[in-house]
Every structure is written in structure tokens, then in C-alpha cells.
Design a protein around this ligand. Structure first.
Ligand SMILES: N[C@@H](CCC(=O)N[C@@H](CS)C(=O)NCC(=O)O)C(=O)O
Length: 319
């Protein structure tokens, strides 16, 4: 997924101007051409420019906002800027939905470079998703957003998500710190090499590189099982916590490109099922729907005007 490419490419300045110009044109065009269409309020969306509108089909994303997931309602102050093909976005989305925190879903379609629009830049100079906007307060970084939501919505959020107990909470924090450079980094790399490398470079990645990436992922999965999960029901104890959500979304990324992460790992598979049960299978599937159909991504990337840029970056990263 392109966002993953961006996630590992520190230097995007050169392509930013080009993408901004292109996306701005797109966005302005969509706003000008699209009539507002009522859908009974379910798909209530608002553009980044602030004007509320209801859009249909693919034009929703072009206008910079979307949401089949929006719960709707004028009292909804908080906005979440998300693309559900991104793992950190999914953790925030699943948590907010699982505990019933109301929010307005704002799609930032990374495959269209919408993180480079002027509108999004005004919201977050980091230009990554997720971003939370709670009134005038803007917060980036998924794990910070998750903790903010826990603290803000104490009445809704049961203790097990982020326990008050000193050591239990420290365990959740330990996992959240560990995962960035381990499960997240390794799962993302396998995903990139499998899903995007052949499309961007025009050939398969060398077998030994793929094997090394898969081995790194396996090592992270081993640690996940042996250090964090052990014989517990969930990573921190007998109930689900933020750590479980942050872990499962990363694991589902390589699963989305056909890596058999759960094969031969019955303990991990049983844990995944418990996570599903805890938040509800329907919500779990809704959150992962996009990443489970990553097959169409190749075509999107191939026809992207950024293909050349991607190839340069892939060469730097993986050759
Ligand atoms: N540490 C951040 C990571 C955010 C991140 O890397 N987001 C990616 C999507 S997975 C992104 O928005 N990439 C766009 C880009 O780099 O251009 C978090 O946990 O929120």
C-alpha cells in the first residue's frame, strides 16, 4: 500500500509539490462538479475546506472526506483522519468504534496522495495518518491518540483497555513501545516487498531478501507469543487492552497479502479469535476490509503518476 511506502520514506519533499498540485486540482474539481446528494444522513461527510456535503461513490475520497463509517450527528466534535489500509489508523478506528466513542470519519486517501494537500497540511504538518482533531486540539501518533481517547472518555472505556494499575499499565506501554521497531517494522516490510515491490520495480524481490524479511517477521511473532502473550488470553492479561488492538492490526497487514501468519501458530490464532470476539467480528471485518483486498492495489500503483518516485525509493530501500 502506498501509505506504507510513504511510511518508510523519510524524504518526500521532492514529490510533494507535484502531488499537491495534482491532488489540489482533483479536489477542487470534485468540489466544483459534485452535487450534494442525500443518503439519509448515513454518509454525512465534510470536506477539508469545512463545507459540509454528502458525496457519493469514489468522489467522496477525492473531496477529501468520506465516511460509510460515520455515525453522524451534530454533537460529534471529534474528527479522525484515517485511511483504513493503514495499520495505526485501524487501531484508532477499531478502538473508538469498539467502545462507542463518537467521531467523524475523514478519509485521507494515501494512494491518491491526499496527505499532501494544503488542507491536510493545515491540519497536520506531519502529513501522516491517523490524526485526531478534537475541537481545536490536533493530535498525531496512533498510540498517543489511543491514550488520549482513554483518558477523555473514562466513563465509556473500561479499565482493562489501559489499566490504572501501575504495572499493568506499564505492560501496555511496554508493548506499545516495542512494537514500532519490531512487529510493525517487520510486518510492513513483508507487506511492501510482497504487495508493492513487483509492481513498482517490475520484477520480484530477490528470494534471499524476501526470506530475510519473513524471518524478521517470524522473530517478532515469536517474541509476541513468548514474551507478551505467553499463556494468557490477551497480551496483558485476561482481558483485551490497547496492546492487543495495536498488535492485531499490524499482523493483519501481511495477512492481507497472503502471508500465512497464523498457520502453525495455534496460540496466536486463538488469540486473534479472542480479539475478534472482544470487539465483535463485524467491526473487526469492517476495519480490515480494505487491507484484505490489497490485490487491487497493484493496479492503482501502476497507474499512479508517482510510479517513478516509488521506484527510486524502492531502489534505495531494498537494493
Ligand atoms: N507512528 C505513526 C505512524 C503513522 C504512519 O506512518 N502513517 C502512515 C500510514 S501507515 C502514513 O500516513 N504515511 C503517509 C506518508 O508517509 O506519506 C503512528 O503510529 O500514528
Amino acid at each position: 500500500m502506498t501509505m506504507e511506502v510513504y511510511a518508510v520514506f523519510p524524504d518526500k519533499i521532492a514529490q510533494r509539490k507535484h502531488i499537491e498540485a495534482e491532488v489540489k486540482g482533483h479536489t477542487a474539481n470534485s468540489r466544483r462538479c459534485l452535487p450534494c446528494a442525500s443518503d439519509g444522513g448515513r454518509n454525512r461527510v465534510s470536506s477539508w475546506g469545512g463545507a459540509e456535503s454528502s458525496l457519493q461513490g469514489e468522489d467522496q475520497s477525492l473531496a477529501g472526506a468520506v465516511s460509510p463509517h460515520t455515525s453522524g450527528g451534530p454533537e460529534e466534535d471529534m474528527e479522525l483522519y484515517l485511511d483504513l489500509r493503514s495499520q495505526p489508523c485501524r487501531s484508532v478506528f477499531l478502538f473508538a468504534r469498539a467502545v462507542g466513542i463518537p467521531f467523524e470519519f475523514k478519509l485521507v486517501d494515501l494512494s491518491k496522495g491526499q496527505q499532501y494537500t494544503e488542507e491536510f497540511g493545515d491540519i497536520s504538518a506531519v502529513r501522516k495518518v491517523p490524526v485526531m482533531k478534537d475541537g481545536g486540539f490536533v493530535l498525531t501518533e496512533s498510540t498517543s491518540i489511543l491514550k488520549y481517547l482513554v483518558q477523555k472518555h473514562r466513563a465509556l472505556v473500561k479499565d482493562h483497555w489501559f489499566p490504572e494499575d501501575l504495572q499493568q499499565r506499564a505492560r501496555v506501554n511496554e508493548y506499545l513501545s516495542w512494537q514500532h521497531l519490531n512487529l510493525r517494522a517487520h510486518g510492513s516490510k513483508v507487506f511492501l516487498l510482497k504487495a508493492l515491490f513487483p509492481v513498482v520495480m517490475g520484477y520480484e524481490v530477490a528470494q534471499e531478501k524476501m526470506e530475510a524479511a519473513v524471518e524478521d517477521l517470524n522473530q517478532s511473532l515469536r517474541l509476541l507469543e513468548e514474551k507478551f502473550l505467553q499463556s494468557r488470553a490477551f497480551l496483558i492479561g485476561e482481558k483485551i487492552s490497547l496492546a492487543d488492538l495495536v498488535a492485531i492490526v499490524e499482523i493483519m497487514q501481511p495477512v492481507g497479502v497472503g502471508v500465512d501468519v497464523f498457520g502453525g501458530r495455534p496460540r496466536l490464532a486463538a488469540w486473534r479469535d479472542r480479539v475478534k470476539d472482544a470487539i465483535g467480528e463485524r467491526l473487526f471485518d469492517e476495519g480490515h476490509e480494505e487491507v484484505m483486498k490489497t490485490s487491487g492495489l497493484g493496479e492503482e500503483i501502476k497507474s499512479s503518476s508517482q510510479l517513478g518516485e516509488f521506484a527510486l525509493k524502492f531502489r534505495k530501500l531494498f537494493s
